[in-house]
Design a protein around this ligand. Structure first.
Ligand code: HEC
Ligand code: HEC
Ligand code: HEC
Length: 480
C-alpha cells in the first residue's frame, strides 16, 4: 500500500457544520453564511462547475459523473483524474471548504500532496470566494457519491516526486485576485474572469515554454493540445480572431460552427459540448467582448486570415465515380475505400459525398465548405490531419454533428495525399504534409523539449550529485 493510499483511507468525514464553522472563523464574506444545502446555492454551484468544465477531466466515458478515472496523457506519462464525488472513502467527502479551495487555487489536496498541473489550478487560482462556496455546496450535496476509487498515478522519476511541484509553483503559480464583488453580467471584466479563470481558455490557447508552463508573453497566441492546434485567439485580424464579429464568436462558442469561419473539433468540441454551449448568452457575449480586447499577436509568416484561403482555383475535373458513404461512428467502411494513392480518387471516395466534389459543402452548410475554413487555411496542416484521423463528434446548443474517423481505414500516406489535395484546391496551397508527419500525429504528436532533454538532464544531475559526493568524501577524509 502506498503512502497516498494510507492517507486516502484516513480521509475523515467532516460534517458540514464544521466546514461552515471553519469558513465563518476564517472570516469569509457574508455570502458564506448561506447554508450549503440551500438548493439555490447548489444550482449556482452546478452552473459554476459547468462553466469551469470540471466534468471534462473528472468524468470518464463511460463512467459516473465526477467519479474520475479518466486517463490524461501528459508528456510525463498518464495522470488519472481523481474521484471528486462526495464519497468519504474514494472521493472528496472529507474535504472542508478550505481544503476544497486549496485544491482549486493552490493545487494542494486534503492530504497535503501537490497536484500535477494537469489539474488546471493555475487558472482556478483566480476563483472568487462566492464561486468556490457555491461549487463546494454542489459537490457536497448535488453530486451522487461514488465509492469506486480512481486509479493511482505512477509517473517515472523525477516526476513522481510531487514536492517538485513546489518549485514549479513558485515560478508559475501566480495567485489570482479573488474578487470581493463579482464583475457585472456581460461586462468585459466578467469576460476576462470567465476566460482566464472558469473556462481556462489559456490552458489550451497559450503556448507552453520549455518548463511546460504557459508562456505569458504569448497569451492566447496559440497552443497545442493532444496533437491539435488550439489557434491564436488574440485580437489580431490576420492570425487571431480580429476578423470575426462578436456575434460570430458567440455563435462559435455556443454551437461550434460559423459558416465561412470554422468548426470546432478535438478538445474544443468537447469543451463546447460539455461546457460553453450551456453558458448563458450574457456570459458568451462577455467572453467575446473580452477576446476583442486581448493584445494582438501576429504569427510570423501569416499574410491573410486562415478563413480567407480558398485554394489555387485549379480544381481538376473529377470523373464520375460512385461516392462512398462511410457509416458507423468509428470509421468509414474500409472495404469500400479504394486501395489507391490517386489523390482525386481518394478525395472523391472518402470526402466528396459530404463536402462535395468541389469542396463547397452542402446547402445550409451542415456539411461545411472546405474553402474559407480555418482548419484548412491555418499555416499548419495538423487540425486537418487530426479531423481525418479522429473524426468529429460535437453536441452544440443547436444540433449534433458527426464526421466519421478515417484513422483505421487510411494509411499515413493516403491521409497525407488527401491533405495535400484539400490544401491545394480548397485551402492554403503553401501548406503540405508528409506520411511521416501523419505518423507522428497518430502516435501523439511531438515530444516537448523538456522530455527530450530529460535523459541528459538526469545524467547531468547525476554527474553533479556524484561530484558533490566525491568532494564530500574527500573533505570528511581530510578532517579525519
Ligand atoms: C484539465 C483537466 C481537469 C479539469 C478541467 C479539472 N480537473 Fe481536478 N484534477 C485533474 C487531475 C488530473 C487531478 C489529479 C492530479 C494529480 O493526481 O496530481 C485532479 C485533482 C483534483 C482534486 C484533488 C483530489 C484529491 O483528493 O487528490 C480536486 C478536489 C479537483 N481536482 C477538483 C476539480 C474541480 C472542482 C474542477 C472544476 C472546477 C476540476 N477539478 C477541473 C484534472 C482536472
Ligand atoms: C481543452 C482545450 C481548449 C479550451 C479549454 C479552449 N479551447 Fe478553443 N480551441 C481548442 C482547439 C483544439 C481548437 C481548434 C478546433 C478545430 O480547429 O477543430 C480551438 C478553437 C477555438 C476557436 C476557433 C479558432 C480558429 O481559428 O478556428 C476559438 C474562437 C476558440 N477556440 C475560443 C476559445 C475560448 C474563448 C475558450 C475559453 C472560453 C476556449 N477556446 C477554450 C482548444 C481549447
Ligand atoms: C459523413 C460525412 C462526412 C465525410 C465523409 C467527411 N466529413 Fe468532414 N465533416 C463532416 C461534418 C459533419 C463536419 C463538422 C461540421 C460542423 O462542425 O458543423 C466535418 C468537418 C470537417 C472539417 C473541419 C474540421 C475542423 O476541425 O474545423 C474538415 C477540415 C473536414 N471535415 C475534412 C474532411 C475530409 C478531408 C474528409 C475526407 C477524408 C471528410 N471531411 C469526410 C462530415 C463529413
Amino acid at each position: 500500500m502506498s503512502i497516498s493510499q494510507i492517507f486516502s483511507l484516513r480521509r475523515s468525514r467532516r460534517t458540514v457544520t464544521v466546514a461552515m464553522g471553519l469558513s465563518l472563523m476564517l472570516g469569509l464574506s457574508a455570502a458564506h453564511a448561506q447554508d450549503s444545502t440551500d438548493p439555490g446555492l447548489i444550482a449556482q454551484g452546478q452552473a459554476v462547475a459547468t462553466a469551469a468544465d470540471c466534468a471534462a477531466c473528472h468524468t470518464a466515458q463511460p463512467g459516473h459523473p465526477f467519479a474520475g478515472g479518466l486517463a490524461l496523457h501528459s508528456p510525463m506519462g498518464v495522470i488519472y483524474a481523481s474521484n471528486i464525488t462526495p464519497s468519504s472513502t474514494a472521493g472528496i467527502g472529507g474535504y472542508s471548504e478550505q481544503q476544497f479551495a486549496d485544491a482549486l487555487r493552490r493545487g494542494v489536496n486534503a492530504q497535503g500532496e501537490h497536484l500535477y498541473p494537469a489539474m488546471p489550478y493555475t487558472a482556478y487560482a483566480g476563483l472568487s470566494d462566492q464561486d468556490i462556496h457555491a461549487m463546494y455546496a454542489y459537490f457536497m450535496h448535488g453530486v451522487k457519491p461514488d465509492d469506486q476509487p480512481s486509479p493511482q498515478t505512477h509517473l517515472a522519476f523525477p516526476f513522481n516526486i510531487r514536492a517538485s511541484m513546489i518549485g514549479w509553483n513558485l515560478l508559475y503559480l501566480h495567485g489570482g485576485h479573488p474578487q470581493a464583488t463579482p464583475a457585472a453580467d456581460g461586462s468585459v471584466a466578467r469576460g476576462k474572469y470567465l476566460a482566464d479563470t472558469l473556462a481556462h481558455c489559456s490552458t489550451c490557447h497559450t503556448p507552453r515554454n520549455t518548463m511546460m508552463a504557459e508562456d505569458s508573453s504569448h497569451y492566447l497566441g496559440g497552443g497545442v493540445v493532444d496533437g491539435w492546434i488550439a489557434p491564436n485567439i488574440t485580437s489580431d485580424p490576420v492570425s487571431g480572431i480580429g476578423g470575426w464579429s462578436t456575434q460570430e464568436l458567440v455563435d462559435y462558442l455556443k454551437t461550434g460552427h460559423v459558416p465561412g469561419k470554422g468548426q470546432a473539433g478535438g478538445s474544443m468540441a468537447e469543451a463546447i459540448s460539455k461546457s460553453f454551449s450551456h453558458l448563458p448568452d450574457s456570459d458568451l457575449q462577455a467572453i467575446a467582448a473580452y477576446l476583442k480586447t486581448v493584445p494582438a499577436i501576429r504569427n510570423p509568416g501569416d499574410t491573410q486570415p486562415a478563413f480567407a484561403y480558398a485554394g489555387d482555383g485549379k480544381l481538376p475535373a473529377l470523373t464520375e465515380r460512385e461516392p462512398v458513404l462511410p457509416h458507423g461512428k468509428n470509421g468509414a467502411d474500409a472495404r469500400r475505400l479504394p486501395d489507391t494513392d490517386d489523390a482525386a480518387q481518394l478525395y472523391t471516395s472518402a470526402c466528396a459525398s459530404c463536402h462535395q466534389p468541389a469542396g463547397e459543402g452542402t446547402q445550409g452548410q451542415y456539411f461545411p465548405s472546405l474553402s474559407h475554413n480555418r482548419a484548412v487555411g491555418l499555416s499548419s496542416p495538423d487540425n486537418l490531419i487530426q479531423v481525418i484521423l479522429q473524426g468529429l463528434d460535437r453536441k452544440g446548443a443547436d444540433l449534433a454533428v458527426l464526421m466519421p474517423a478515417f484513422g483505421k481505414d487510411l494509411s499515413d500516406s493516403q491521409v497525407a495525399t488527401i491533405v495535400n489535395y484539400v490544401e491545394t484546391h480548397f485551402g492554403n496551397p503553401q501548406v503540405q504534409t508528409t506520411a511521416a508527419h501523419v505518423a507522428q500525429l497518430r502516435s501523439g504528436g511531438e515530444t516537448p523539449l523538456l522530455m527530450k532533454l530529460m535523459p541528459w538532464l538526469l545524467g547531468l544531475g547525476g554527474l553533479v550529485l556524484l561530484l558533490v559526493l566525491v568532494l564530500l568524501i574527500r573533505l570528511i577524509g581530510r578532517r579525519r
